[in-house]
Design a protein around this ligand. Structure first.
Ligand SMILES: Cc1cc2nc3c(=O)[nH]c(=O)nc-3n(C[C@H](O)[C@H](O)[C@H](O)COP(=O)(O)OP(=O)(O)OC[C@H]3O[C@@H](n4cnc5c(N)ncnc54)[C@H](O)[C@@H]3O)c2cc1C
Ligand SMILES: *[C@@H]1O[C@H](CO)[C@@H](O)[C@H](O)[C@H]1NC(C)=O
Ligand SMILES: *[C@@H]1O[C@H](CO)[C@@H](O)[C@H](O)[C@H]1NC(C)=O
Length: 552
């Protein structure tokens, strides 16, 4: 189902994108976090910390940093440092996320959902913020209203700002296409124009980006640069196998290093273990640790710590609907820069990359005097929020944490989702009819101007609901904003504490009932900071003389 031609085209791009970054050293302020990093194989067999954070991803990094201001923290990340795969640090090589094969160790962990859709998970320090399209936009109000959390909105604001002062830039409209796309959105009535804005807005805006104007990526791992210099240890190639318990209290974790040796890390009195292993990793780890539906755990002969039917349930993915157009010019690769948002939270965005093909002079498109013309590919992609279709996550017969669990999302099983897709596709149709888009049409043999679509093109008759619905279902793929599995109110309470277990929280995208805003990363980073601040506050109230422990 997901075998889009785009995928094939992008695969062939692979060689063009191999942009080596000069080796980064700690002398560069951005890479200060390297001072905290140690390979897990260098760590002792047993250690104690106030807090252990599992997963050095989008939420885990800001969370560990925040806790380190007051407590000793161990951050365990199964992947390596991104400097080992420097292409993830650059915008022009961001399409690697669609092409590079999963070798079991690199940042690109792939899996195919039970729906047949190809999906990717981050496996690197910085998590999926090192693979993504970089767009940064805050959550929408409805997300906060329905999320089951009694938010302190002042603290939310402060937490967003803390993230933004370090890793967020005004998205750089680095090629003519993003500008044309923005104009087309406005012509198609996706107004008003809100200029540059980090807040969620109806209309068209330029958002934030974790790519700076030179195209360097500043993922969540750069938030580690703000950690207390003596209180944080970041272990890489540290794969957590399970959480350890004494009755219904979490006491520590067991993790393996790259040499296959097992280590144990335990928490001190009043400490906690926080799972930030992502939407796939967090429910998977709870299941492997014995928290989940009893019958499922028993069928795999896993010891049951707590019978919890909701772990791995309510898995949702925002379906992507899209068109890809070949452009007869060379454009710089561009991640997401602008967004058009309709009421009902239907969103349109775009990315471009250039193609490894050029047209020979025999084509009328090639101006006289030129040998050839280079081609680019522009993708117009659509998403909607408040997805109502749901699936679930189960362990396969393999209880190896490195293997992907079985995941289904049941795209479009809820009719309201289909109606939103129809709205988005129709708007895409209007957008393609605009003056701004006229320029990207090319002339065919009969002399007619048309879009050079890479299949699939939009249905001919967008008034015909049936054919648009069919387009939605037939072309469904992922927007990579999958969420759920450890929902607030079901698996964790409003403070992200695992219900029924002491000293254990889950803090990441797996807790979301809805994908926040147009794109979730901003809110995932904010959440790490927010929960960290809450924990510090809560503990200072409970234990006024309890000051935590330094590592060094
Ligand atoms: C291709 C792509 C494009 C995207 N584009 C955008 C975008 O432009 N804007 C946006 O806002 N969002 C975007 N997203 C979505 C966004 O990146 C994610 O929603 C977000 O990063 C998820 O954060 P997380 O903390 O929940 O998980 P992650 O960031 O994935 O972190 C989980 C971490 O836990 C580690 N881990 C897992 N299991 C274990 C274990 N057992 N032991 C130790 N460590 C473990 C993983 O290696 C990983 O580092 C995109 C995502 C993808 C994949
Ligand atoms: C096409 O791409 C090649 C390789 O990047 C470059 O050398 C050449 O100048 C480009 N041609 C045009 C017309 O942009
Ligand atoms: C498009 O679909 C609508 C609704 O089904 C129908 O009434 C109309 O005749 C169709 N138009 C064309 C040109 O087929």
């Amino acid at each position: 189902m997901a075998s889009f031609l785009l995928f094939i085209l992008m695969s062939t791009l692979h060689f063009q994108f191999g942009f080596p970054l000069s080796s980064n050293t700690n002398s560069n302020e951005d890479f200060k976090y390297m001072n905290f990093v140690q390979d897990a194989s260098e760590l002792p067999e047993n250690e104690e910390y106030d807090y252990i954070v599992i997963g050095g991803g989008t939420a885990g990094c800001p969370l560990a940093t925040t806790l380190s201001s007051t407590f000793s923290v161990l951050l365990l990340e199964r992947g390596n440092v991104p400097t080992k795969y420097p292409t993830v640090l650059r915008e022009e090589t961001f399409p690697n996320a669609f092409t590079i094969e999963d070798d079991g160790e690199n940042p690109f962990q792939r899996f195919v959902s039970e729906d047949g859709v190809e999906i990717i998970r981050g496996r690197v320090l910085g998590g999926s913020s090192m693979l993504n399209a970089g767009f940064y936009s805050r959550g929408h109000q409805e997300f906060f209203d329905i999320s089951g959390v009694d938010w302190d909105m002042e603290l939310v604001e402060k937490a967003y700002e803390w993230v933004e002062e370090s890793v967020v830039f005004e998205a750089n409209i680095n090629n003519g296409w993003q500008n044309a796309f923005r104009k087309a959105l406005l012509e198609a009535g996706v107004g008003p124009y809100n200029g540059f804005d980090l807040n969620h807005r109806i209309g068209t805006k330029i958002g934030g980006s974790i790519f700076d104007k030179e195209g360097n990526r500043h993922g969540s791992l750069e938030l580690l640069n703000k950690a207390h210099p003596n209180n944080l240890k970041v272990a890489i190639q540290a794969t957590v196998q399970k959480i350890l318990f004494s009755d219904l209290s979490a006491t520590g974790v067991s993790y393996s290093d790259s040499k296959g040796n097992l280590h144990t890390a335990s928490i001190r009195k009043n400490g906690e273990i926080i799972v930030s292993a992502g939407t796939i990793g967090s429910p998977q780890l709870l299941l492997l640790s014995g928290i989940g539906p009893k019958s499922h755990l028993e069928s795999l002969e896993l010891p049951v710590v707590l019978d919890q039917p909701h772990v791995g349930q309510s898995m949702s993915d925002n379906p992507r609907y899209n068109v890809h157009v070949i452009l007869p010019y060379q454009l710089a690769t561009s991640a997401v820069k602008t967004v058009g948002t309709l009421e009902n939270n239907v969103h349109l965005q775009s990315i471009t990359g250039f193609l490894p093909f050029s047209l020979p002079p025999s084509f009328s498109l090639v101006p006289p005097g030129l040998d050839s013309v280079n081609l680019s590919l522009a993708s117009i992609v659509g998403k909607f929020s408040e997805v109502l279709s749901e699936g679930s996550l189960y362990l396969t017969s393999s209880t190896d944490v490195k293997k992907n669990p079985s995941v289904s999302f049941n795209y479009y099983s809820h009719p309201d989702d289909l109606a939103k897709c129809v709205r988005g596709v129709r708007k895409m149709g209007e957008l393609l009819k605009t003056e701004a888009m006229e320029k990207i049409k090319i002339q065919d043999f009969e002399g007619n101007k048309r879009f050079a679509f890479v299949e699939p093109s939009l249905p001919e008759n967008l008034s015909d609901v049936g054919s648009v619905e069919e387009f939605c279902k037939k072309t469904v793929t992922t927007y990579w904003h999958y969420h759920g599995g450890c929902l607030v109110g079901k698996v964790v309470d409003g403070n992200y504490k695992v219900i029924g277990i002491e000293n254990l929280r889950v803090v990441d995208g797996s807790t979301f009932i809805d994908s926040p805003g147009t794109n979730p990363m901003a809110t995932v980073m904010m959440l790490g900071r927010y929960v960290g601040l809450n924990i510090i506050q809560e503990r200072s109230k409970l234990f006024s003389r309890d000051v935590g422990h330094n590592i060094m």
